[in-house]
Design a protein around this ligand. Structure first.
Ligand code: FE2
Length: 346
C-alpha cells in the first residue's frame, strides 16, 4: 500500500483554546476526496467503502466510510478481484479505497500529534471553571494505553461518518446544531464505548455560514471559526468542550467525523446498582433517568449572545425542551464573540 504520510500536513496547527486544535489545510487535495464522495451519492448500489446514504436527523444525510466485510478480503492489488468488476466499478473501488486510506491516515496523524502534545502538557487551570474535574476528564485515568490506534485493548475502532449538512435547514436559528458535548454526560456512567476525542475533517468551503463555535466559559467568550476545505479539528468529547454549528446556505457542507472511543466498563455507582437490583431492572431505571436528563437540556448550554434578550432566549430554549415550571438548562451569557482570524464583535 502506498504511504501517504508525507501528504498530511500538521505544521499549520493552531490551538484556539487549550485542547482545541485546528490543523489548517491538513489534507493536500480535499477536492479530489469530495468528488469521490459526491459520486457515491449517485451510485445505485453500495460502494466498497461507502455505505448507502441515510438521514442524519434533520440536518441532512450521512454515510459511513468503512471497508465492508467482503471489501476487507479484497484490495485493488488482488488479482482475483481485478477482472471481476467492470471498468467503472473498478474505478469506484480504487477511488473509495484511496479515500478511505487517506482519511484513515489523516485521522491517525492528527490524533497522534494531539495526544503527544496534550497528554503531558501542564494544564492551565485558570482557563477552566473550578467545578471542572480537570485533565482526567480529557485523558481519563483508567486509560493506561494511549497508543490510540493500535486497534487493540479497549480502544474501539468505530467507522468514519461522512456528513452532508444541507443548506437552508434551520436557517431561522443562530445555530443549526446547538451547543452540546459529544460524549453524553447523562449516560457517562453506563458501560459501553465512550468518545474521548472528536476529529472533524472539513472537505469544502464553497457554502455560506456553517461556522463552528466553541465556548470559553471563564472568559464568557464564544470562539467562532469558519472551516476551510482540508482543515481538521480535534477536541475532547467531554464537558466543558461545548460546540455548535451555524446553519449553512447556498451549498451543502461536507465533513467527516470520527469519535475516537474507549470501552468503559461502567462506574462504581452503576455497577453497585446492577448488584443491588439486577441488570435488567437497573438498566431500565437508568434509561429513564437518562431520558429525563436529556429532555431537560441540563447537559446543553443555553447561550445568550451579547445584546440579546435573555427572556426571549429562555423562551426559545423552553420550547425546544418542552419545559414547564422548572428549567435546569444553565444559561451562558456571552460577553464577546471572537473570530479566530482576529475580528472581534463586542
Ligand atoms: Fe458534536
Amino acid at each position: 500500500m502506498k504511504a501517504f504520510n508525507d501528504k498530511i500536513n500538521i505544521d499549520n496547527k493552531i490551538s484556539v483554546f487549550p485542547y482545541i486544535n485546528i490543523y489548517q489545510s491538513a489534507l493536500p487535495d480535499p477536492d479530489k476526496l469530495l468528488s469521490v464522495i459526491k459520486e457515491s451519492e449517485n451510485l445505485s448500489k453500495l460502494g466498497p467503502y461507502i455505505d448507502p446514504w441515510e438521514r442524519w436527523y434533520e440536518f441532512g444525510e450521512k454515510a459511513r466510510l468503512q471497508p465492508h466485510k467482503e471489501t476487507k478480503q479484497l484490495t485493488t492489488l488482488n488479482s482475483e478481484h481485478l477482472g471481476m468488476l467492470s471498468a467503472e466499478e473498478d474505478k469506484t473501488f480504487y477511488d473509495q479505497e484511496n479515500l478511505f486510506n487517506e482519511i484513515d491516515l489523516a485521522i491517525d496523524t492528527v490524533l497522534k500529534d494531539y495526544v503527544n502534545e496534550w497528554l503531558t502538557k501542564e494544564l492551565d487551570e485558570s482557563k477552566f471553571n473550578s467545578d471542572w474535574h480537570g485533565k482526567k476528564t480529557i485523558f481519563p485515568e483508567h486509560i493506561k494505553d494511549w497508543d490510540i490506534r493500535s486497534r487493540s485493548g479497549n480502544w474501539v475502532h468505530s467507522s468514519y461518518d461522512i456528513l452532508k449538512h444541507k443548506s437552508e435547514t434551520h436557517k431561522q436559528k443562530k445555530y443549526a446544531i446547538d451547543f452540546h458535548t459529544d460524549n453524553k454526560p447523562s449516560s457517562d456512567r453506563m458501560p459501553g464505548p465512550k468518545p474521548i476525542m472528536t476529529v472533524t475533517i472539513y472537505l469544502n468551503d464553497d457554502y455560506e455560514g456553517g461556522e463552528v463555535s466553541f465556548l470559553n466559559e471563564v472568559g464568557s467568550e464564544i470562539i467562532t471559526y469558519k472551516p476551510k476545505a482540508g482543515d481538521i479539528t480535534v477536541f475532547p468529547s467531554y464537558k466543558p468542550f461545548f460546540h455548535a454549528a451555524m446553519p449553512v446556505s447556498k451549498n451543502n457542507k461536507y465533513l467527516i467525523r470520527y469519535f475516537c472511543s474507549y470501552y468503559y466498563h461502567g462506574s462504581e455507582d452503576y455497577l453497585s446498582g446492577v448488584e443491588k437490583f439486577g441488570e435488567d431492572i437497573w438498566k431500565k431505571i437508568e434509561e429513564h433517568r437518562i431520558m429525563a436528563e436529556d429532555r431537560s437540556g441540563m447537559h446543553m448550554k443555553n447561550v445568550v449572545f451579547p445584546g440579546e434578550d435573555q427572556m426571549e432566549t429562555f423562551k426559545k430554549w423552553s420550547e425546544i425542551f418542552r419545559l414547564q415550571s422548572s428549567t435546569v438548562a444553565i444559561p451562558f451569557f456571552a460577553e464577546k464573540v471572537t473570530y479566530i482570524d482576529g475580528r472581534i464583535n463586542e
